[in-house]
Design a protein around this ligand. Structure first.
Ligand SMILES: COc1nc(N)nc2c1ncn2[C@H]1C[C@H](O)[C@@H](COP(=O)(O)OP(=O)(O)OP(=O)(O)O)O1
Length: 166
């Protein structure tokens, strides 16, 4: 099973609206869709270290004080495919810049483009952006690659305790 991360930097935008930093993915899994910065964990790396590294690599932002917000299991044809650790952070340095992997974009949390994201995102990301914690399982069918499989169903648990976990 792949172990991966997503990180959602948050800031106060204009008119005190909160904004989240998304990326438009330029290559690999989910290419062309919006997501948070993130990627696969490397050997010997904790998920938190992975989220920090991937955010720096993809958009040039140095995030600190990451808050664990979710643990998501993605299953493909009944087999665990990816376990994803989700973080949010209001502490970061630098300005988002494009990379070979991603175009960054600040968007109001009330105007996230769920129609251009993974089919599961509208089920868990709004709660995560509101400050909640979540554990979820999402089932896809149709074979590899995961981003061409069909989203079938899911289970979600809100308000879970995650801070003791990386
Ligand atoms: C199945 O639903 C998913 N939803 C969301 N929102 N994000 C997902 C889903 N499945 C995977 N992801 C995330 C997990 C990772 O953050 C990325 C995939 O990362 P990638 O394969 O691009 O990993 P990298 O290490 O950045 O890739 P390179 O091999 O190019 O370095 O999608």
């Amino acid at each position: 099973m792949i172990e991966a991360t997503l990180c959602f930097p948050l800031r106060e935008g204009g008119d005190a609206d909160e904004e989240v930093l998304l990326i438009e993915k330029r290559r690999g899994l989910g290419e062309g869709w919006y997501n948070g910065p993130g990627g696969k964990c490397e050997p010997g790396e904790t998920p938190r270290e992975c989220a920090v590294r991937e955010t720096e690599e993809e958009v040039g932002l140095e995030v600190t004080d990451l808050e664990k917000a979710g643990e998501l299991t993605f299953l493909l044809d009944g087999e665990a495919h990816t376990f994803c650790h989700v973080y949010r952070s209001r502490s970061f340095e630098g300005e988002p810049t494009s990379s070979e992997e991603a175009y960054p974009e600040w968007v109001p949390v009330d105007d996230v483009p769920y129609d251009r994201m993974w089919d599961d995102d509208h089920l868990w990301l709004p709660g995560v952006l509101e400050g909640n914690t979540v554990a979820g399982e999402f089932r896809f069918e149709g074979g590899e690659p995961l981003d061409e499989a069909a989203f079938v169903d899911h289970d979600l648990e809100w308000g879970v305790s995650l801070e003791s976990r990386e």
